[in-house]
Design a protein around this ligand. Structure first.
Ligand code: FES
Length: 138
């Protein structure tokens, strides 16, 4: 762990939302979210397993309710400590975890697949906010 892998102070991770950050995998970037629960902090990739172009945190914090993360698109719920989907169209799926660790009140990225890029959004367009085009092109 070093300053380059520092994501945030544990206290910056809201108890009723998420902390968005961006990771780098070679030339590609992706988003991940930190969630806080009773025993610590966990991170998941920032997309819904139902429609992978839907971000759980669109930049202002994901919706969390009673220890569960909620996908606002179709209402799927995920246990915030395990990422397990307990309800919704992707019930039984599990969010892709990103390895992090905490030390001295700070959260560090420890996932070999990624380098820490920046706090907040990757700056990519939010694909989930647009309508889908049907087979007829309408
Ligand atoms: S896109 Fe998340 S529940 Fe459908």
């Amino acid at each position: 762990m070093d300053e380059d892998s520092r994501i945030a102070a544990v206290d910056e991770v809201p108890e009723d939302g998420s902390f968005l950050f961006t990771v780098r995998d070679g030339f590609d970037t992706g988003e991940a979210i930190l969630l806080r629960f009773d025993d610590g902090v966990v991170a998941f990739e920032n997309y819904c397993p139902h429609w992978r172009d839907v971000r759980l945190d669109k930049g202002s914090g994901a919706t969390c309710r009673d220890g569960e993360l909620v996908c606002e698109k179709h209402g799927a719920t995920f246990e915030s400590d395990t990422g397990h989907c307990t309800y919704g169209p992707c019930e039984g799926a599990v969010l892709e975890e990103v390895d992090v660790t905490t030390a001295d009140g700070t959260v560090y990225l420890t996932d070999d697949r990624y380098e820490f890029e920046n706090r907040g959004s990757s700056g990519d367009r939010d694909l989930s906010s647009r309508g889908r085009i049907g087979f007829s092109g309408q």
